[in-house]
Design a binder for this molecule. Structure first.
Ligand code: ARG
Length: 462
C-alpha cells in the first residue's frame, strides 16, 4: 500500500507505478535519509511535539531500519515508491503506533531535498579527495622529471621547449581549480531544507535551525518554497564534474597523442593498457580515451538536468525526481575516472630522450634568439623580423638554421650558444614560466596548495 492510498478510490495502476517509482535508483540515499530522519525526530523532540520516549522509539527504529538496509536484509514492499516511503513504512512496522508520528511536520519534498544534499556533500568530498590523490601523483611525477623538457605546443605546432614538470603541473593547477570549485559548491549546498514541509512550512513548533546544526549544515533554508524546489546544488555538482571531466579529457587526449609512435613521448604500462581482439601488435590507450570520452557524458548529465529545471514553476514538481540518476552517474563515473587516470599516470614511462630530441630543433628557440637581439638593443618587432627571415630562408633553401645564424652579422657566439640543447630554456627565468628556476618555485607552491586543500577537505569529512 502507498502512503497516500486513503485518498484514492482505486489502487494505483501497475504501469503508473512502473513509470513513477524511483526506488530502484534512490535506494542509495538510504543512509542520508536515515541521518536526516533522526535529526528531524530530534527536532520534533526539541520542539515538544514528541516526548522523549517517542523520540527514543523512533530513533531506535530508524537505526534498525538503517542496519537492515546496510546489511542487505531489508525487505521492500510493493507500495514502496521510493527509499523515503520504504523507510517510513518499515519504521511504522518496527515502532508500532509511534511510527505514525515520524512524518510529523515533514513532507517528502523537504525530506528528499535534505537527503540529496547530504548525499551530494559526502560524494563531492570523496571526489575532492580523489582529485587530491591525482594531484599528488602529478606532483611526484613532475618532481621526478627533473630538468627533462619537451616541445610546448600552440596550435599543436612545436612552439618552445618547456620542462616536462611544467607541462605536468599545468594540468595539476587546473585540478586545483576543480578542488576549489567543489569547496565553494559545498559551502552553498550546506543548507538544510528540513522544516520547509511540502512548500510552506508548518503550524507545528518545528526547530529548523537546530535540525540544520545537528546535520552539520551551516544554516537552515530562508524560504520554504525555494528550499523544496532548489536543485542548484545538483546543477553545480554536475558542472563541477563536467569541468573536471573536461580537464581529464584534455589530459587523456594528450596521453593518447604522446603514446602514438608518431610522438613516442610516453610508454603506457601494460597493466593500464588494452590489446586488440584482431591486431596482435596493438597496445591501446583505452584509459586515456575513456577519460576523454566520459566528458561527453558528464556534459550531457549537466545539460539534461538544467533542461529539466528550466521550466519548472515553484515549488516541488515530480520532474525533480529526474535529478538523481544524472547526479549518481556523474559522481560514480568521475570517481572511477580519477582513480584510473591516477593509475595510468603513476605507471607511465616518459621517453625523455625522444621529447628532448623533438624540442632541440633550432626553430624552437627562434623567440629566444629574437629576445637575445632585444637584449642587445634591437626593438622586438625588428628582432622578430630578422629571426623570421632566417627561418624562412632555412625552410626555402633547405639550409640548416645554424649555418645561417653563424653567417649573420647580428648574431655572435653567445647567441649561437642558445642553440645548444636546453640552453635557451635555462635562460627563461620569469615567474610562472617554463624554465628550471621558476618551475622549482612552482613545484613548491603546488605542494603547499595540495596540503592546504587536504586540510580544507578534512573539515568536510565526517
Ligand atoms: N521520489 C521523489 C523524488 O525523488 C520523492 C518526492 C515525491 N514527492 C511528491 N510530492 N510526490 O523527488
Amino acid at each position: 500500500m502507498t502512503l497516500w492510498a486513503n485518498r484514492m478510490s482505486s489502487p494505483p495502476a501497475e504501469d503508473m507505478m512502473a513509470f513513477t517509482v524511483s526506488l530502484p535508483f534512490d535506494k542509495r540515499l538510504a543512509p542520508s535519509d536515515i541521518e536526516a530522519s533522526i535529526a528531524h525526530v530530534h527536532g520534533l523532540g526539541r520542539g515538544g511535539i514528541l516526548d522523549k520516549d517517542e523520540v527514543d522509539q523512533l530513533v531506535e527504529a530508524l537505526h534498525r531500519t538503517g542496519d537492515e538496509l546496510a546489511a542487505g536484509v531489508f525487505e521492500f514492499a510493493p507500495g514502496d515508491e521510493d527509499i523515503h516511503t520504504a523507510i517510513e513504512r518499515r519504521v511504522r512496522e518496527l515502532a508500532g503506533e509511534v511510527g505514525a508520528k515520524l512524518h510529523t511536520g515533514r513532507s517528502r519534498n523537504d525530506q528528499v531535498a535534505t537527503a540529496l544534499r547530504l548525499f551530494t556533500r559526502e560524494h563531492l568530498a570523496l571526489v575532492a579527495g580523489l582529485l587530491i590523490e591525482l594531484q599528488k601523483t602529478i606532483h611526484r611525477r613532475a618532481g621526478e622529471a627533473g630538468q627533462s623538457y619537451l616541445p610546448g605546443y600552440t596550435h599543436l605546432q612545436r612552439a618552445q621547449p618547456v620542462l616536462l614538470a611544467h607541462q605536468l603541473l599545468a594540468h595539476g593547477w587546473a585540478l586545483s581549480r576543480d578542488v576549489d570549485r567543489i569547496f565553494s559548491t559545498l559551502d552553498r549546498l550546506n543548507v538544510s531544507p528540513l522544516g520547509a514541509g511540502a512548500l510552506g512550512g508548518s503550524s507545528l513548533p518545528l526547530v529548523p535551525d537546530d535540525v540544520a546544526a545537528e546535520l552539520a549544515m551551516g544554516a537552515r533554508f530562508e524560504n520554504s518554497l525555494d528550499a523544496v524546489s532548489d536543485r542548484d546544488f545538483v546543477a553545480e555538482a554536475l558542472f563541477d564534474v563536467a569541468l573536471l571531466g573536461v580537464h581529464l579529457s584534455r589530459m587523456g587526449e594528450e596521453i593518447v597523442l604522446y603514446s602514438t609512435e608518431e610522438f613516442g613521448f610516453v610508454r603506457l604500462d601494460d597493466a593500464w593498457s588494452t590489446g586488440s581482439s584482431m591486431l596482435p601488435q596493438k597496445k591501446n590507450p583505452d584509459v586515456a580515451e575513456l577519460a576523454r570520452g566520459k566528458a561527453g557524458r558528464f556534459i550531457g548529465n549537466l545539460v539534461g538536468l538544467l533542461t529539466t529545471l528550466k521550466g519548472l514553476p515553484l515549488a516541488y514538481n515530480r520532474d525533480l525526481q529526474e535529478d538523481k540518476e544524472p547526479l549518481f552517474d556523474s559522481l560514480d563515473q568521475v570517481a572511477l575516472a580519477l582513480v584510473a587516470v591516477e593509475g595510468l599516470l603513476a605507471s607511465s614511462v616518459f621517453d625523455t630522450d625522444r621529447m628532448q630530441q623533438a624540442a632541440d630543433a633550432p626553430g624552437l628557440v627562434a623567440v629566444d634568439l629574437a629576445e637575445w637581439l632585444v637584449a642587445q638593443g634591437v626593438p622586438f618587432r625588428e628582432a622578430h623580423g630578422i629571426v623570421g627571415g632566417i627561418v624562412r630562408e632555412s625552410v626555402e633553401r633547405h639550409v640548416p638554421m645554424t649555418e645561417l645564424l653563424e653567417a649573420h652579422p647580428a648574431f655572435g657566439e653567445e647567441a649561437l650558444s642558445l642553440l645548444e640543447p636546453g640552453s635557451a630554456l635555462r635562460r627563461r627565468r620569469t615567474a610562472g614560466g617554463a624554465g628550471p628556476e621558476a618551475v622549482a618555485v612552482q613545484l613548491g607552491r603546488f605542494a603547499t596548495r595540495i596540503a592546504e586543500d587536504a586540510e580544507r577537505l578534512a573539515a568536510w569529512r565526517p
